[in-house]
Write a protein that binds this ligand. Sequence first.
Ligand code: NCD
Ligand code: ZN
Ligand code: ZN
Length: 451
Amino acid sequence: MSATVDLVIRDALLVTPEASRHGAVAVDDGRIVAIGRSEAMPSARRVIEAGGRPLIPGALDVHTHVREPGFSHKETWATATAAAAVGGVTTIFDMPNTDPPTANAAAVREKIAIAGPQAHVDFGVYGYVGEANLADLQPMAEAGASAFKLFLGSDNPLVPCPNDGAVLDALALIRETGLRCTVHAENTPILNWRGAQMKAAGRDDLAAHLAQHADIATVEAVQRIALFAEWTGCKIHIAHENCRHALPVIAAAKRRGVAITAETCPHYLLLSMDDAERAGGNALRVKPPVREAGHAEALWAALLDGTIDMISTDHAPHPVEEKHRASIWETSPGFPGVETSMRLMLTEVAAGRLTLQHYVRLACEAPARAFGLWPRKGALLVGTDADLVLLDLDHRETIRGATFQSKGKVTPFEGRETQGRAAMTFLRGTCVAQDGQVIAPPGTGRSLQPP
Ligand code: NCD
Ligand code: ZN
Ligand code: ZN
């Protein structure tokens, strides 16, 4: 350990799920090469004095809609990954509802080729699961897909929901790839039926969207997919959990040994229908919906007891005009999130709602473990990728969509005060963002699974 290394970050509070201790990290060639006392570190070409501030692993977001190819007016790989970098997120998994959808090996390769030159953070891509592409699942895994995405309850014609027979076959095939299948779990016929009822009644408000997405629609779909996972042995992951009634179903599946993990998002933890006006009215539309007051409290309890494993963002940017429409049915669902998630969650840490160590488990370690990337990602260990975030826990700022790196400028958190942020984001030892600005060139990010 006498040779000079690339980087040493000294006098930091090294935070992992298990412990917080003062020390330093040495980085060479993109990896952590030493962890210990500041005085014990090798000489380095760059030394950063952390001044006692916390250093955590880069966060992972396993639920990001980057939009390219096909929807570059909503977001590009450059803008989505810039948003991630300033938000302290060093790995994203991109959803397959692009145009063309990521539904075969060629589309996986094409997406990786589009993303690579633009990326500011590392990325994985999801392969779509449909009735027509069962024979493409294994080839997508071989082409570099990091996981699969199953839409149950989607009305997006680009990524139609497969019937239950096809779902069962798909899970059996995905099991053979060893990859995990993330599921948007809502019951399609209930959504279609209720949506038609609402429209026939002339309803076009945010509450009608909530009524369409009845609690039972997600409870049933989570129950069914957990059973299918148990039957086939496929690893599944419940996307954007938002409903308190689905939590006992997930907990019960875990108790009987089903390979099931679950995520929730800051908007489900921090907002309810009571906030609709402040959050922009129809602009709060997201699938699945932010529900009535009371669900968030149950989601927090589920985070604390381990029923929900991790935080994701469901970063789903749309142009401003698509978020401000008179009819809820014409309002595009979703909003950007990858840029604000860490700030919002650190604000809850400051408020004493969870510990920083617990946040590191939810945002870094758990997603890395569930998706086969730990300890390369999501860990502070010698030999792992030096994806690191130096935190400023005192930084106070008001969320303003207009300042986002993302092309999506409409956020339900507009005007919200946050405390704490990523002061410096390092990707494999390179500082990619500092104080809210991107400072490394596009192309610094890499595909997690080069074909
Ligand atoms: C997502 C999108 O816009 O792609 N929208 C959303 O409301 N979450 C789709 C999805 O995640 O189901
Ligand atoms: Zn979804
Ligand atoms: Zn989504």
